[in-house]
Design a protein around this ligand. Structure first.
Ligand SMILES: Nc1ncnc2c1ncn2[C@@H]1O[C@H](COP(=O)(O)OP(=O)(O)OP(=O)(O)O)[C@@H](O)[C@H]1O
Length: 360
């Protein structure tokens, strides 16, 4: 297995994108192929994922995260837009399906480690098949060495090669699924909720494995998750999706320390955070969530004169250094500065009413 030159965090931040999506749109017909009505799952998505980074894509159920991944894996055909992957304009060069070469560049790890491995085969079968797909002809000894190396890379004992899926735990199966993806030495792994079906205690092991693969192999990972805590733990950058659109993106720590879109704030309100100045209000969150799900326009602005229902919001730069941007008509840089100053005051305990202030 080749070891790529691994980019440092600074080099990663300056790296050219390995995935570049522009205007990506996907409509699903409702009620059959020839139906007139459709649901817009993706609406003009523009996203860059840099070489050697972990990018988390977060958002609640139905926001369109899996549709992006399925388009990238060529399991769905986008209605419009472009997808450039590793320099190749994919929809032009491979209009119908993914070629074998494309599958050698982009691999997918699915949510369900129980369903993704056929129970009648031992672990060695999945990995050997993936190695063959890579096209390198190996002798018996070489194959065995490659299998052992794959198992060790994902933190499993090579002794488990002869085990069947039902003999493994959920975490071990997900590691096998990751090993299978790595066998073809891909540039990009699309990981769709890879930890959501695992026990909390096992999750962190998979997240650490993802970090190690990024750091040691320079692997690019697009990590789909509902869980902002996992995104903050593992991802260099996080992008927030809402109703088929990207609404905010930035370095994970920065984005979560100062969320600028009301939807990002809503998502973050469900994450336990000891340092947060405002408490978690489940009733308010439930109210906002149902408003989000029921609304056909942006539900965060009750102002009837607001442009939210008519005009597409543009991207505002929140912080150029951390590449933090937001798309929201309500975003005002001056308000943002005031909000941040207030949050800092509250955190420091200096927001107590000042007797003198009112009297002057
Ligand atoms: N094959 C399909 N046919 C019709 N509608 C679909 C299809 N696949 C997805 N959708 C719709 O597209 C929208 C986005 O779905 P998608 O699965 O991408 O969201 P998601 O954010 O990944 O949600 P989840 O986390 O629940 O998987 C939803 O409204 C969904 O109902």
């Amino acid at each position: 297995m080749t070891t790529e030159t691994v980019p440092s965090p600074v080099a990663r931040a300056q790296a050219s994108p390995v995935i570049s999506l522009r205007g990506l749109t996907k409509d699903f017909p409702l009620g059959g192929l020839f139906a007139r009505r459709s649901v817009r799952a993706l609406d003009g998505v523009a996203l860059d994922v840099r070489r050697g980074e972990i990018m988390a894509l977060v958002g609640e159920s139905g926001s369109g995260k899996s549709t992006i991944v399925r388009c990238l894996a060529r399991l769905e055909k986008p209605t419009a837009g472009s997808m450039v992957v590793d320099g190749e304009d994919v929809l032009k060069t491979q209009p119908r399906h993914a070629t074998r070469a494309y599958r050698g560049t982009v691999q997918m790890v699915f949510q369900d480690p129980f369903g993704s491995l056929n129970p009648v085969h031992p672990v060695s079968h999945f990995l050997e098949r993936a190695l063959r797909l890579h096209g390198v002809t190996r002798g018996q000894e070489e194959t065995r060495a490659a299998l052992d190396e794959l198992m060790t890379t994902v933190g499993l004992s090579p002794e488990l090669l002869s085990s069947y899926p039902h003999e493994l735990s959920g975490g071990q199966r997900q590691r096998v699924a990751i090993a299978r993806a790595l066998a073809v030495e891909p540039k990009v792994v699309l990981a769709d909720e890879p930890t959501s079906m695992l026990d909390v205690s096992v999750r962190v092991g998979i997240l650490n494995l993802m970090r190690r693969l990024r750091d040691q192999r320079g692997l690019t990972i697009l990590f789909i998750t509902h869980d902002l805590a996992s995104a903050r733990y593992v991802a260099d950058r996080t992008t927030v999706m809402f109703a088929g659109e990207l609404v905010e993106s930035g370095e994970s720590l920065d984005l979560m320390a100062r969320p600028s879109h009301p939807y990002t704030r809503l998502l973050l309100s469900a994450v336990p955070e000891p340092n947060r100045s405002t408490g978690y209000d489940p009733v308010e969150r439930a109210r906002l969530r149902s408003a989000v799900l029921e609304s056909s326009t942006c539900p965060f602005d009750g102002d009837p004169d607001s442009p939210c229902s008519e005009t597409e919001p543009v991207r505002h730069v929140v912080d150029a250094v951390t590449d933090h941007w937001v798309r929201c008509h309500r975003y005002r840089p001056s308000l943002e500065v005031a909000r941040r100053a207030l949050a800092t005051d509250i955190a420091r305990g200096t927001d107590a009413p000042d007797q003198d202030r009112g009297s002057r």
